[in-house]
Design a binder for this molecule. Structure first.
Ligand code: PMP
Length: 437
């Protein structure tokens, strides 16, 4: 074994797959075996691998200005252009953008900006944050506390008590339905539960509600229609900000520019981005806030002297150049449309897997999907071992998918994928499933 401490891995596991190179939607291991990258790496390589135009842009930026920081009034063109570009794209009024390097630190920055903002407007007691069961928002000490997956909390003494994290229901109708209630009644019940939580804790103590419009790591949970409308009505009633974590769902992934569009989420106060922002060629993350949150922060910073938050690599010029070029290519090459059209095809093909008694639910939007495996349709008992075996069989058959939430298998291919490659993806998944039954 090497000296690497492997992230999000059973540390007794041996090294299983050693990647060597990538091209388009395919990656190759050290033995030259080809795999269709059905997970876009970790939900991130929107443009796939080896995009020469992007590589040239990154290389040119490295040659021109490999580093410049943004502290104390220093700046450079790529960071200005990227912030303006993002501000013009997001459904956030008068958006302002803070840059970091990952989804986790972007969420941490949001927590700090929330505090800064509420302190600035004289409401320091408004600081608790509502997250949901099964949420994934990262793994830093703060963002990791917003995450609800047991393995990300156990042994880490998480969540950090001082953060005041509250948890409400995950909107998974298939698992959460009670009796014969319909999806609309289920959504209403969850909104009522949220309201009860808010009243129990005191609305004046709660700053924000964070949600992945469609979840990723917890198994691609697509909330039932009307869910967000009901949730947002409750939040608006108690003056609680909506915070959309679009680290996976941003930039076309769900068939629209943002997951907020797909799920009819209105007027988010904050949005988090990373992953597809640069197609993962260079790490970069972004925390977007509404202009009316930013303005009081300006005055508060003047009192202290500075807004005392920033990373060495905030607005790294190479990351910003990579993100600008990535967004340009997504738009120019019609990749948002591709994600919608090919995404529809992927969903249609995936839905055919429901013919297997062990496929309890097929779900997804755009180029994001999952199947949930069960012992049999009637019992809905989670078939975790089967999900592991199918994932491994896919790998043997030259397809990378991801086993998430125990008994689900996620797919999230690069946005450049074609219908023919979707055929290959679903055919290999189907074949692997059949081999394991
Ligand atoms: N938020 C969401 C919704 C994510 O899916 C992830 C990563 N999977 C993160 C935050 C954390 O991002 P990172 O791994 O870049 O820190």
């Amino acid at each position: 074994m090497s000296a690497v401490i492997y992230p999000t891995t059973n540390l007794t596991a041996t090294e299983q797959l050693n990647f060597d190179r990538g091209e388009g939607v395919y990656v190759y291991d050290k033995n030259g075996k080809q795999y269709l990258e059905g997970m876009a790496g970790l939900w991130c390589t929107g443009l796939g691998y080896g995009n020469q135009e992007l590589i040239d842009t990154i290389s040119a930026q490295l040659s021109k200005l490999s580093f410049a920081h943004n502290f104390g009034g220093k700046t450079h063109q790529p960071v200005i252009d990227l912030a303006d570009k993002l501000a013009g794209m997001v459904p956030v009024e008068n958006a302002k953008v803070f840059f970091g390097h990952s989804g986790s630190d972007a969420n941490d920055s949001h927590i700090k900006m929330l505090r800064y903002y509420f302190n600035a407007i004289g409401k320091p007691e408004k600081r608790k944050i509502i997250t949901r069961e099964r949420a994934y928002h990262g793994v830093t000490v703060a963002a990791g506390s917003l995450t609800s997956l047991p393995a990300n909390l156990a042994h880490f003494d998480a969540p950090l008590e001082a953060l005041g994290i509250l948890r409400t229901d995950a909107p998974h109708f298939y698992r959460g339905v009670q009796g014969d209630e319909c999806a609309a009644e289920y959504g209403t019940r969850l909104a009522n539960n949220l309201e009860e939580l808010i009243l129990r804790e005191g609305p004046d103590t709660i700053a924000a509600f964070i949600a992945e419009p469609i979840t990723g790591a917890s198994g691609v949970i697509v909330p039932p229609p009307g869910y967000y409308e009901k949730i947002q009505a409750v939040l608006n009633k108690y003056d609680i900000l909506f915070w959309a974590d679009e680290v996976i769902t941003g930039f076309g992934r769900t068939g629209n520019l943002f997951g907020c569009d797909t799920m009819n989420i209105q007027n988010p106060a904050m949005m988090t981005f990373a992953k597809q922002l640069s197609s993962a060629y260079i790490p970069i993350g972004a925390s977007v806030i509404r202009g009316d949150m930013y303005e009081p922060m300006v005055e508060a910073s003047n009192e202290v002297g500075i807004f005392g938050h920033g990373f060495t690599y905030s607005g790294h010029p190479v990351g910003c150049a990579a993100a600008l070029k990535t967004l340009e290519i997504y738009e120019r090459d019609g990749l948002y449309d591709n994600a919608r059209d090919v995404g529809e095809y992927l969903q249609l093909k995936m839905s055919m897997l429901a013919r297997f008694d062990q496929v309890g639910e097929v779900r997804g939007e755009g180029l994001l999907g999952a199947i949930e495996l069960v012992e049999d349709r009637a019992s809905r008992a989670p078939a975790t071992d089967l999900a592991k075996r199918v994932t491994k069989a896919c790998q043997d058959n030259g397809l990378i998918v991801r086993n998430v939430a125990g008994n689900a298998i996620a797919v999230c291919p690069p946005l450049i994928i074609t219908n023919e490659q979707v055929d290959e993806l679903v055919d290999k998944l189907t074949m692997s499933l059949e081999q394991c039954l």
